[in-house]
Design a protein around this ligand. Structure first.
Ligand code: FMN
Length: 370
């Protein structure tokens, strides 16, 4: 058996646990509260519905992002290869997982750089944990990560809760904003800040905008829960119970998008966290996002084959097209024009019902007195 270094072991555990265990958050994304207004006469030709967009100098065939996941082990390299081949074929964006493993052990570089090798044209994102800027990393490591895969942008992930519930996590997040700001100023490509599944508050959005990030991936609650993943790999009962506490933690994806939109209206938003299909991605775009990302779902497809990943991406793209067709949007940005409505909550519905019953009573009284 080859000797596995601790970061690699962690990466291998993450893939295995995500594929084999139920690691969903106890929360929902909040997207189920919204629906598109159906148009029976959309006055559109489905074949002319256009999902293309331009971002950071690249053209995408659909607003779909394969969220940052993996690299660092042989299996992870194979998954990156399949995801990238599929992204190239369908014309969608992709992020690789944290590249720390390869920065510390250059032999692992090919498990990440394979993505660019097989996908020369895609919008590709490098990835590092922002907290590493408090543990010896600087703009140099960020640049090396970008160069390693010829990335178009760098994702700095923010995962304080994951670090806090894992054994020996990197938990010093003090003074990080200033360091993120320095990376944004000095790096040659755009910096994207992303959560990993607990969402973004208005305060965090403002802070990140002040740092100079060019996009925020909200990675909200409602999908993969990293405290659940850490619970499954906890070395003892204490750590297991600590991680289990947070199954219902975080800001749901829909709310996170609205938080960023409110706090920094001009910010480019990527939506992820629990999105299950193209309809969910379309809802996120209608709420103000530019791309919709999925991690767990694409991982499961790529674990089977490149063909399975292509099939899933094509289905996701088609789901977006049909959604646009049925609500009368020919171009992707038209989804934002009031096509999404919020379903009344049960409480609102109850109030409306009581109001109608009251009005009816008054009406009958008046009729009786006629
Ligand atoms: C197996 C796996 C590994 C991940 N590794 C990373 C990572 O290295 N860096 C990162 O920024 N996010 C990582 N994520 C988080 C995802 O990018 C995403 O933000 C999160 O899983 C929520 O999306 P989902 O609900 O569609 O899974 C990982 C997710 C999965 C499933």
């Amino acid at each position: 058996m080859p000797k596995v270094a601790p970061i690699d072991q962690r990466k291998a555990d993450h893939i295995k646990i995500n594929l084999e265990q139920d690691v969903r958050s106890a929360l929902t994304t909040g997207l189920e509260k919204y629906h598109f207004v159906h148009e029976a006469l959309p006055e559109l030709d489905l074949n002319r519905v256009n999902t293309t967009l331009s971002l950071f100098g690249k053209t995408l065939n659909a607003p779909i992002l394969i969220s940052s996941m993996t690299g660092g082990t042989e299996e992870a390299g194979e998954i990156n290869q399949r995801l990238a081949e599929a992204a190239q074929e369908v014309g969608v964006a992709m992020g690789v997982g944290s590249q720390r493993a390869a920065l510390e052990n250059p032999k692992e570089t090919p498990t990440f750089s394979i993505a660019r090798k097989v996908a020369p044209d895609i919008l590709l994102f490098a990835n590092l944990g922002a907290v590493q800027l408090n543990y010896g990393y600087s703009v140099d490591e960020c640049r090396r990560a970008v160069d390693m895969i010829q990335a178009d942008a760098l994702c700095l992930h923010l995962n304080p809760l994951q670090e806090a519930v894992q054994d020996a996590g990197d938990t010093n997040f003090e003074g990080l904003a200033k360091k993120i700001e320095e990376v944004c100023r000095k790096l040659e490509v755009p910096v994207i800040a992303k959560e990993v599944g607990w969402g973004i508050s208005e305060r965090t959005a403002k802070l990140l905008a002040d740092c100079g990030v060019q996009a925020i991936d909200v990675a909200g609650a409602g999908g993969t829960s990293w405290s659940q993943v850490e619970m499954h790999r906890a070395p003892d009962e204490f750590t297991r119970q600590l991680a289990a506490t947070f199954v219902g933690w975080g800001i749901p994806t829909a709310e996170s998008i609205l938080n960023v939109k409110k706090a920094v209206p001009e910010m480019t938003i990527f939506a992820s966290g629990g999105l299950k299909d193209g309809l969910d991605i379309a809802k996120c775009i209608a709420l103000g996002a530019t791309l919709g990302g999925m991690a767990g779902n694409f991982l499961k497809a790529a674990a089977v084959s490149t063909e399975k990943a292509v099939e899933m991406m094509k289905l996701t793209k088609r789901q977006i097209e049909v959604t646009m067709f049925a609500c009368g949007a020919e171009r992707i940005r038209e989804l934002e024009n009031g096509k999404l409505v919020e379903k009344p909550s049960d409480e609102d519905f109850q109030k409306a019902l009581e109001y109608v019953l009251e009005k009816n009573k008054e009406l009958y009284k008046r009729l009786a007195n006629l």
